[in-house]
Write a protein that binds this ligand. Structure first.
Ligand SMILES: Nc1nc2c(ncn2[C@@H]2O[C@H](COP(=O)(O)OP(=O)(O)OP(=O)(O)O)[C@@H](O)[C@H]2O)c(=O)[nH]1
Ligand SMILES: C=C(OP(=O)(O)O)C(=O)O
Length: 208
């Protein structure tokens, strides 16, 4: 069983690349992405618990309501520091935990696909990762019990994770775990896969 860490920027500054497409809805959209992601993770049979690292009070309260553990971010230290901190807290609580870091912007995430990816990660010793749909990025990084997570997220993180010795998960048929949403085109792609209920409420399917 996995302990996953989901990082979440304050909603007011999250998803800046969607500013033009989303307008005033952007913070609500960032929250909906996070809630759909966390709800799908909590519904995954391979997951024991979810720790959300965030300084956002609204997002923190909402993900806690879903059943996530919530911890405050490391001040002004960025994404990888947040993930290291979250993973350290998991290991303090569950020293033999298998730990993973999952992006909080996967609004089409399906629990069964995440389960498939985590089962594959469990077969790979050490660290493993899943590349994003676009290719250069990463949506999930895992570490076996006793292995440090050593996250290298941001920008061209697929190459960084490979260079650091992590094994790439090459499973087909897990598009919902790869589909992070940074741009309006990503949102269209996520909609085609099937959005989670909270994101779908904000962006109902186009009928024309
Ligand atoms: N806790 C925490 N989470 C972060 C931080 N930076 C990014 N994240 C989260 O990391 C995940 C991937 O980040 P990005 O895809 O770059 O998301 P973003 O920073 O909101 O998007 P842009 O503003 O468009 O770069 C998302 O779940 C973000 O909320 C950080 O400094 N702290
Ligand atoms: C943080 C990452 O995502 P993004 O490209 O969405 O910023 C990453 O892929 O490492």
């Amino acid at each position: 069983m996995w302990s996953l860490v989901v990082p979440l920027k304050p909603l007011a500054v999250a998803k800046s690349r969607l500013a033009e497409a989303a307008g005033a809805v952007r913070p609500a959209l960032a929250l909906a992405f996070a809630l759909d992601t966390v709800a799908a993770v909590l519904a995954c049979g391979e997951v024991a618990d979810v720790t959300v690292v965030t300084d956002d009070p609204t997002a923190g309260a909402e993900v806690a309501g879903l059943g996530a553990l919530v911890v405050a971010d490391v001040p002004a230290a960025g994404l990888n520091a947040a993930l290291r901190y979250g993973a350290d807290l998991v290991r303090q609580r569950r020293p033999a935990a298998a730990v993973g870091a999952l992006n909080g912007d996967l609004p089409a995430l399906r629990p069964a696909e995440l389960a498939e990816v985590l089962r594959e990660a469990a077969r790979l010793p050490g660290r493993a990762f899943l590349a994003d749909t676009a290719g250069p990025g990463t949506t999930l990084l895992t570490a076996s019990p006793g292995v440090a997570l050593s996250p290298g997220f941001g920008g061209a993180s697929r190459a960084r994770h490979l260079a650091s010795g992590a094994r790439e998960i090459t499973l087909a048929g897990v598009a919902s775990v790869r589909q992070d949403v940074d741009t309006a085109a990503d949102l269209d792609a996520a909609r085609a896969l099937g959005l989670g209920p909270r994101t779908a409420l904000l962006f109902p399917a186009r009928t024309a």
